[in-house]
Design a protein around this ligand. Structure first.
Ligand SMILES: Cc1cc2nc3c(=O)[nH]c(=O)nc-3n(C[C@H](O)[C@H](O)[C@H](O)COP(=O)(O)OP(=O)(O)OC[C@H]3O[C@@H](n4cnc5c(N)ncnc54)[C@H](O)[C@@H]3O)c2cc1C
Length: 424
């Protein structure tokens, strides 16, 4: 039996590793179109910023490690251009055919914005990062336009400031990070401006030629790589990403999918969503790999948890904002508080917590948390509460840890939950 995995980064290698553990006798081949496997793209903004010295430091495993330790054959520079499922074979760009019994499609996504303008850069792959870094070193551009108010745009605005460029950020949306709470937009904007990033909200840039800056960093969104499996009959969901079952199987039996190329279940709304993130890709990959090797495992889904650092400010969200919750059919009620993440005598800095609940059920449906410190622990607690479909009443009485160096006696999350209970 042979498993072929297409894509050699987060989802693909998690799938291959898990399949190996499930079935030591399985033949496993990973086909990767690029020349590098298993690197943390999430660290690329920090390479550009200068806090990670080389792209090589972001490499988690080498092809040799996989071959030696996991008995997984890795083929780089091997792009799959079509899938002939009736024959159980993939066709590579070179024309070579590779046979499989089961397949995991883990080909990720690609930047949607395309431009032939040499001033335009992306930061999606190691190759993009190397091109940008080389250009920064050799050409020493003085000014940059960053397009996109998502997490990559925000991280890159900060990173390019750290490299000494004058940065302007253009966001087509009137808010950042797909979270439309005015307080969060104002807080992120103030932090960017404090770092001397010029901010243009609601500014759609269609053509880089309209911009006067020396370089343009486009971080305006992704398109999932679904064309090859779609031609082979795999269904695509409303988001444009591959539709999969909770076993990570596509609509074509024997073809599994994982990572940025596919949708998953949103645990709060019980609807399919496409939120491409590395942490999800790894978990999906494990389940896809296990099932492709013969197990029956489930991936329950996500609650959309994320965190990003914007010029020193930690911004974390999970679930739905108030208006997103309304669009999802909930009756949202929100409460926002500001508290110290530690007692004043321990130099506690302010933390803002907004919680959103559904009035008809009393269930927590979302949260946004921002502050210099302490956002991570709280958003992870929220993620657990959302996954457990907890009511605000339960959240408000959770037994959260307290000691002065780490938190105030009433944790900001509990204070916010108490406020929300009153509003409900
Ligand atoms: C700058 C940046 C910062 C990020 N920061 C975070 C973060 O802080 N937190 C977080 O959770 N996520 C973050 N992410 C997202 C995270 O990196 C992705 O969600 C994750 O890499 C997705 O994994 P994947 O395996 O699905 O896809 P990818 O990592 O995109 O891997 C897919 C692989 O498939 C290969 N491939 C594509 N088509 C073919 C083909 N036809 N044949 C063969 N191979 C093919 C590609 O070359 C690629 O190597 C970040 C991403 C970027 C770019």
């Amino acid at each position: 039996m042979r498993l072929v995995v297409v894509g050699g980064v987060a989802a693909g290698l998690s799938a291959a590793s898990r399949a190996r553990r499930v079935d030591p006798s399985l033949e496993i081949v990973v086909l990767e179109k690029g020349s590098r496997i298993s690197y943390g793209a999430c660290g690329l903004p920090y390479f550009i910023e200068g806090s990670v010295r080389t792209i090589g430091e972001l490499e988690v495993y080498t092809p040799e490690f996989f071959e030696r330790e996991r008995n997984v054959r890795i083929r780089t520079n091997a792009e799959v251009v079509s899938l002939r499922h009736a024959q159980r074979e993939v066709v590579l760009g070179s024309g070579e055919r590779v046979r499989y019994d089961t397949l995991v499609w883990a080909a990720g996504a690609r930047p949607t914005w395309r431009s032939n303008d040499p001033r335009v850069f992306h930061l999606h792959t190691d190759v993009d990062a190397a091109r940008l870094d080389d250009h920064l070193r050799a050409q020493k551009p003085a000014t940059a336009a960053v397009l996109g108010g998502g997490y990559i745009g925000l991280e890159m605005a900060t990173a390019l400031r750290a490299r000494g460029l004058v940065v302007s950020l253009y966001s087509e949306a009137p808010h950042f990070l797909h979270w439309d709470s005015p307080w969060l937009t104002a807080m992120v904007r103030a932090r960017l401006e404090r770092a001397r990033v010029e901010v243009h909200m609601g500014a759609a840039v269609r053509d880089a030629a309209a911009l006067r800056q020396d370089i343009v960093l486009a971080a305006t969104g992704l398109t999932p790589n679904v064309e090859v499996p779609r031609e082979a009959g795999c269904e695509v969901g409303r988001s444009g990403a591959l539709a999969v079952t909770d076993r990570m199987e596509t609509s074509v039996r024997g073809i599994f999918a994982a990572g940025d190329c596919c949708e998953t279940n949103h645990i709060v709304s019980s609807r399919p969503v496409w939120i491409p993130l590395g942490t999800t890709a790894n978990k999906m990959g494990r389940v896809a790999g296990a099932n492709a090797a013969g197990r029956r495992e489930r991936f329950e889904g996500i609650v959309g948890t994320s965190i990003v650092r914007v010029a020193g400010l930690a911004v974390a969200t999970a679930g739905f904002s108030e208006s997103q919750a309304r669009r999802e059919g909930f009756q949202p009620v929100a409460a926002k508080i500001e508290a110290r993440e530690r007692p004043k005598y321990f130099r506690g800095r302010p933390l803002t917590v907004e919680l959103v609940a559904d009035r008809s059920t009393g269930r927590l449906v979302g949260a946004a948390i921002a502050g210099d410190d302490g956002a991570l622990a709280r958003i992870n607690t929220v993620a657990a509460a959302l996954t457990a479909r907890m009511k605000v009443e339960q959240l408000a009485s959770l037994d959260l840890a307290y000691a002065p160096p780490y938190s105030p006696v009433m944790d900001p999350l509990l204070v916010a939950a108490g406020q929300l209970l009153k509003a409900l």
